[in-house]
Design a protein around this ligand. Structure first.
Ligand code: NDP
Length: 435
């Protein structure tokens, strides 16, 4: 702990895993005396670099770039890049650590990594974004490769940014390879990749509900965020017969009691993806909806909550409120959106709770499918990728059930995800010796 005690988010993520994995290690002799967890919490490599670029007014700007190569025991490092002013080593190490377990759960051969920059894309012109992405890749390119480390998108990094970074990588290496995922359709991207994290979060919840002979049909759903994950979680939940009441961004949330229909969701996509505007603009077109500035949506009465914005966005008090209002299922689309207090409340309330490393693994799983298609030089159809995604989410759910079953038959999805993710990586590390 002393080595990392200035990194609160990283410690939070490690503690959550340690609480469930240490008892498992204690009960399994093969892991004794191997210091497996101690090795897992130390990144294999932590790269930090200067990114200098010129803004539209001709001024030189400097940002800090990172890539955390956390664990490559079961495959090349894989994990997203985040561009957000809050990015620092603690946040990226927590995300990289979670990613190791998540990637292991997908059943695909991918190690864990994460990266990004404290660059703020908000308010930047397309040209500034391009110059920044090119500058960022002009250093990152020497540390990654299709068999070494394959980054993807995350907060602030979507198709546009992946395009600019891919262009620079290709120029510098003089090769066209699947070094990034989330690429455009015509240049190596996979169908369903943009949808995959949101769809997967809903598929995971669907699996949890099915175990209780329940479904999304007729359910009221509260979603936070309005970016990539939130948009497609909403799309899939609507398709399954649910009513979406809220979406949000860092400015506040909108509540539409009539439900955010497919048509209204298209407008949200226009506001956020094309216009790059704020969720508050929703009420300009749909005045029957209400906007709550500076607030989060967790006080709205619902059956299912899907936190899809960012870490620590749902605290203990808000969790209590959700349960009091009858919420019976929480599936995390974001990474670590629930604080430890919130998780404690969900467990105390005995509601269905899926931790992000299991429920949002559909994104990276589909990135894994994009890597396979790139290696095979083929593209699968939408139906093919979606059906593989569904199968993977079901497999992840079943692994959580296998390792997370309580004596009373209920499932501790946190314990299940942590142990199922741990076993595969730990066994590979044991086989590979002390390296
Ligand atoms: P986007 O950048 O597309 O959207 C992020 C959304 O969250 C925006 O609505 C943003 O609002 C909001 N948000 C970001 N930071 C904050 C904050 N500090 N407080 C309140 N709201 C905030 O990102 P994604 O949808 O891709 O990612 C969302 C979450 O899902 C992240 O936790 C990410 O790690 C996780 N995730 C993403 C995957 C993917 O495939 N994209 C895969 C697995 C997990 P605003 O516009 O105001 O910034």
């Amino acid at each position: 702990k002393s080595r990392n005690n200035h990194e609160p988010e990283f410690l939070q993520a490690v503690q959550e895993v340690a609480e469930t994995v240490i008892p498992y290690i204690v009960n399994h002799d093969i892991y004794h005396g191997k210091n497996i967890l101690l090795r897992m919490v130390e990144p294999e490599r932590l790269i930090s670099f200067r990114v200098s670029w010129v803004d539209d007014s001709g001024e030189i700007q400097v940002n800090r770039g990172y890539r955390i190569q956390m664990n490559s025991a079961i495959g090349p490092y894989k994990g997203g890049l985040r561009f957000h002013p809050t990015v620092n080593a603690s946040i990226l190490k927590f995300l990289a650590f979670e990613q190791v377990f998540k990637n292991s759960l997908t059943t695909l051969p991918m190690g864990g990594g994460k990266g990004g920059s404290d660059f703020d894309p908000k308010g930047k012109s397309d040209n500034e974004i391009m110059r920044f992405c090119h500058a960022f890749m002009s250093e990152l390119f020497r540390h990654i490769g299709p068999n070494t480390d394959v980054p993807a998108g995350d907060i602030g990094v979507g198709a546009r940014e992946i395009g600019f970074m891919f262009g620079m990588y290709k120029k510098l290496k003089n090769e066209f390879t699947g070094v990034l995922t989330g690429k455009g359709q015509s240049w190596g991207g996979s169908l369903i990749r943009p949808e995959a994290t949101g769809y997967g979060t809903v598929y995971f919840a669907q699996n949890m509900l099915q175990r209780k002979d329940d479904s999304f049909e007729g359910k009221k759903v509260v979603i936070s965020g309005s970016g990539n994950v939130a948009q497609y979680a909403a799309e899939k939940a609507i398709e399954l017969g649910a009513t979406i009441l809220t979406l949000s961004d860092s400015g506040g949330y909108i509540l539409d009691e009539d439900g955010i229909s497919t048509e209204k969701l298209k407008h949200v996509m226009y506001i956020k993806n094309e216009k790059r505007g704020r969720i508050s603009e929703y009420v300009d077109k749909y005045p029957e909806a209400k906007y709550f500035e500076g607030e989060r949506p967790w006080s709205v009465k619902c059956d299912i909550a899907l936190p899809c914005a960012t870490q620590n966005e749902l605290n203990g008090e808000e969790a209590k409120q959700l349960i009091k209002n009858g919420c019976m299922c929480v599936s995390e689309g974001a990474n670590m959106p629930s604080t430890p207090d919130a998780i404690h409340e969900f467990q105390k309330g005995k509601i269905l709770f899926a931790p992000g490393k299991a429920s949002n693994a559909g994104g990276v799983a589909t990135s894994g499918l994009e890597m396979s298609q790139n290696s095979l030089r083929i593209s699968w159809s939408r139906e093919e990728v979606d059906s593989r995604l569904k199968d993977i989410m079901e497999d992840i759910h079943d692994s959580c059930v296998e390792y997370g079953k309580n004596d009373d038959g209920s499932i501790d999805y946190i314990r299940g995800a942590n142990i199922a993710g741990f076993v595969k990586v730990a066994d590979a590390m044991l086989a590979q010796g002390v390296i």
